[in-house]
Design a binder for this molecule. Structure first.
Ligand SMILES: [Zn+2]
Length: 308
């Protein structure tokens, strides 16, 4: 999956080298390029894939930091001030209507129609039943949700930059085909597991949408990273879950402290099989450093871990 991206970058490299002799043309082209800002690494990669070479995309929350809570840097505010279009996940990922991302867009008085909520139209799931303010933001872990987000991204780009709408549509079609292929892989690999092995335990409750879509029983230590994480009560209840449903393996996310899951592993004798990704891509150059790669890596690690 990452080869496509490398090939695209290589092609852009060749084009800009070829354009070196004509500085004026390069400057003009740069001025015409749509300036986009995107809130976190997963979404930024999706925007880049659908935008292709027509858009410059500035990423806010870097890999290694938490998109639930984020403090903007001066460069971020500057990028926001220059942005033609701003992409954010929504579903409360960035703290909701009054969260950090909305405040940044408000601070530069960005028009509402220049803000694209990627998860618009996604059926929300809730961390606490009946509590509508407890929406779980992690819908993007499900490739089917990725398709809705990709549609919204392409629509936002086409509205902001109608001249390149055909290119965005084409990129969208290619991207949707890859996501649909991934969905089929999820169905097959998870569906192939014996029912008693279809138990997924992670630290944060980030896999709720995936569990519902592909019929996994879901265990976790805490419900969302912004709450208390790894309290003794939470650990005890995760240990109970593991003892009751006996998953073949446990998983820990790349962006959380592993200590609470290590306690669960020691107490139950069930080992941590691998790291999975919830709120961020893998570091650049590693498998999982694109959204498609992220989905694929999670599936591979989960299905291998639950098979053993
Ligand atoms: Zn999260």
């Amino acid at each position: 999956m990452s080869t496509t991206r490398t090939a695209t970058f290589a092609a852009i490299g060749v084009l800009s080298l070829a354009g070196c002799g004509d500085a004026q043309q390069t400057v003009d082209q740069n001025n015409e390029t749509l300036q986009a800002v995107s809130s976190f690494s997963i979404l930024t990669d999706m925007v880049e894939e659908i935008a292709g070479e027509h858009v410059e995309v500035y990423n806010l929350v870097p890999v290694g930091q938490d998109p639930h809570e984020y403090e903007a840097l001066p460069d971020d505010s500057k990028a926001m001030a220059d942005a033609d279009i701003f992409f954010y996940n929504g579903l409360n990922l960035e703290g909701g209507e009054h969260g950090w991302a909305a405040r940044m867009a408000d601070a530069v008085e960005l028009d509402a129609d220049h803000r694209v909520e990627a998860a618009e139209g996604v059926e929300p799931m809730y961390l606490s039943e009946g509590l509508t303010d407890s929406v779980n933001p992690h819908a993007f872990l499900d490739p089917n949700v990725g398709m809705i987000m990709a549609d919204n991204i392409a629509e936002g780009l086409s509205e902001a930059d109608p001249d390149n709408a055909a290119a965005y549509e084409q990129n969208l079609d290619d991207y949707l085909a890859e996501l649909s292929q991934l969905d089929a892989q999820y169905q097959q690999e998870i569906g192939d597991l014996a029912e008693e092995r279809r138990v997924l335990v992670t630290s944060e409750r980030a896999f709720q949408y995936v569990a519902e879509r592909y019929d996994l029983r879901e265990g976790y230590i805490w419900s969302v990273d912004t709450d208390d994480v790894g309290t003794p009560d939470q650990i005890i209840s995760a240990i109970d879950f593991v003892n009751t449903y006996e998953p073949p393996a446990l998983f820990v996310e790349s962006n959380v402290t592993p200590a609470p899951m290590e306690t669960v592993a020691e107490d139950t004798g069930v080992e941590i099989y691998a790291t999975v990704y919830s709120d961020e891509l893998a570091p650049e150059g590693e498998p999982g450093d694109t959204y498609l790669g992220f989905l694929e890596e999670n599936l591979t690690r989960i299905s291998e871990g639950l098979q053993q």
